[in-house]
Design a protein around this ligand. Structure first.
Ligand SMILES: Nc1ncnc2c1ncn2[C@@H]1O[C@H](COP(=O)(O)OP(=O)(O)OP(=O)(O)O)[C@@H](O)[C@H]1O
Length: 230
């Protein structure tokens, strides 16, 4: 079963009158309930690929299926709704709302979906406990360490039980020890909850931990075996 199917997907950006190709005819299937790593140098196209899979941006050509939904068939509003229901996001810079507490940040995806308050509370407390932050629910992001902020972001990405989590270099801004603990936590939660995680990184530890590995290079994507990667 596939969480994501890409067929002939291309994307360019325009800077003034100049076309900047970012992805060229990418065809790729990402398995459900597995941990997939996209590696590749800076500028190779990893973020562009994650933004297309996540429905944040639209492809110029090709077809993108996520959890059996063709994203190209959806209006912008329907795509936002689909994203809110079925996808979780984790970013390099955490992207937490600074004025909200850890509890409120994790609660936000459930509020968007109109989940009743009592159920929201149960889900948020369960997720904060699962990421080891049961005692930090009232803290704002500014009162948390980088690793703790990323744990809040992981709880937020999983709280609505998405089919797919997209993590764009989530350990890049953390020291290696904290990054390793975030990787281990995400790997554990991915296995327990049987969610597909797509993690972009050039960290050999992350590549080694993956079930499936792909190399993004100049806007093209190829399978990478473990020996090549390390
Ligand atoms: N908004 C944009 N406008 C113009 N060009 C862009 C834009 N976003 C990305 N690009 C270009 O598209 C190509 C792919 O960029 P992308 O951000 O996807 O790479 P990346 O592998 O995620 O890099 P990094 O690891 O540095 O984030 C690069 O040549 C980049 O300069």
């Amino acid at each position: 079963m596939w969480a994501v199917e890409l067929n002939g997907v291309s994307k360019s950006y325009w800077m003034e009158q100049v076309r900047v190709p970012a992805l060229a005819e990418v065809s790729l299937n990402i398995s459900a309930a597995r941990f997939t790593v996209l590696s590749g140098q800076s500028g190779s196209g990893k973020t562009t690929l994650l933004n297309l899979i996540g429905g944040i941006d639209r492809a110029d050509a090709g077809k993108i299926m996520v959890a059996d939904q063709d994203l190209g068939c959806l209006s912008d509003d329907a795509r936002s709704d689909f994203r809110a229901r079925h996808i979780g996001f984790i970013f390099q810079n955490f992207n937490l709302m600074p004025v909200l507490s850890a509890f409120e940040n994790v609660e936000y995806p459930l509020q968007l979906q109109g989940v009743p308050a009592r159920r929201r509370r149960e889900r948020v407390l369960e997720m904060l406990a699962a990421v080891g932050l049961a005692d930090k629910a009232a803290n704002r992001p500014g009162q948390l360490s980088g690793g703790q902020r990323q744990r809040v972001a992981i709880a937020r990405a999983l709280v609505h039980e998405p089919a797919l989590v997209l993590a764009d270099e989530p350990t890049a801004n953390l020291d290696s020890h904290t990054g390793a603990s975030i990787l281990a936590l995400l790997r554990q939660l991915q296995r327990e909850r049987r969610v597909a995680v797509v993690f972009s990184s050039h960290d050999p530890q992350v590549i080694a931990a993956a079930d499936d590995r792909y190399q993004v290079s100049d806007g093209r994507v190829g399978a990478l075996n473990a020996e090549e990667a390390l």
